[in-house]
Design a protein around this ligand. Structure first.
Ligand SMILES: CC(C)(COP(=O)(O)OP(=O)(O)OC[C@H]1O[C@@H](n2cnc3c(N)ncnc32)[C@H](O)[C@@H]1OP(=O)(O)O)[C@@H](O)C(=O)NCCC(=O)NCCS
Length: 165
């Protein structure tokens, strides 16, 4: 049986919309990345990515919990370079995971990549991040390479995963 909190989260996920990721989201992005074990690259970097470099783009998933405050539940950041869509970040807050929000973000990212004439999507993922690897496999990605010591803190190799668009 669903607990009350899970039921509330499912309602919130049903009332979820996607919108462009912008500099106005930076304040919430740092804490979200911390809670999803991603690395916040700093407000100045994001500001450049989102405002100055045209190849970069992203979207946020916003939930409207019944009677609660509007919240940022997830986001992605990507870039389109020479026909490749590189998914740089994808995260959904733990309390909103397994509700389809990651899928909505992934679908939106791929659609935008196609719109920008990309023909394949690539990403890196920590070799220990089984949850994300399963998610990407469920979205048609396969392992195409490895990058030694790609991550720091802690140091770890990355799998490169890719799929055609
Ligand atoms: C990876 C992540 C974005 C998935 O987001 P999500 O909203 O939970 O994903 P969805 O609910 O859309 O899941 C879609 C499918 O992916 C697979 N999947 C997702 N999470 C999974 C898990 N923990 N274990 C196994 N499979 C999983 C399942 O096939 C799932 O379908 P199902 O729920 O019908 O079984 C989320 O777990 C996350 O933010 N993780 C922390 C940050 C991270 O590691 N990002 C990737 C860095 S490269």
């Amino acid at each position: 049986m669903l607990s009350e909190i899970n039921a509330a989260n499912i309602d919130a996920a049903a009332c979820c919309y996607l919108a462009r990721l912008g500099v106005e989201d930076l304040e919430e992005l740092g804490p979200l990345e911390e809670r999803t074990s991603l690395t916040f690259w700093g407000a100045d970097s994001y500001r450049r990515f989102l405002e100055e470099i045209p190849g970069y783009f992203g979207a946020k998933a916003v939930v409207l919990p019944d009677g609660g405050a509007v919240r940022l539940a997830g986001f992605y950041l990507a870039r389109a370079v020479d026909g490749d869509l590189e998914l740089l970040k994808l995260g959904v807050l733990p309390e909103f995971q397994r509700l389809g929000i990651g899928t909505r973000l992934m679908d939106a990212c791929r659609a935008e990549g196609t719109r920008r004439c990309c023909t394949r999507c690539l990403l890196e993922v920590r070799k220990s991040n089984q949850r994300a690897i399963q998610f990407y496999r469920a979205h048609g990605f396969g392992i195409s390479g490895t990058r030694a010591n790609y991550y720091s803190n802690p140091v770890e190799d990355a799998w490169v995963m890719e799929r055609d668009l």
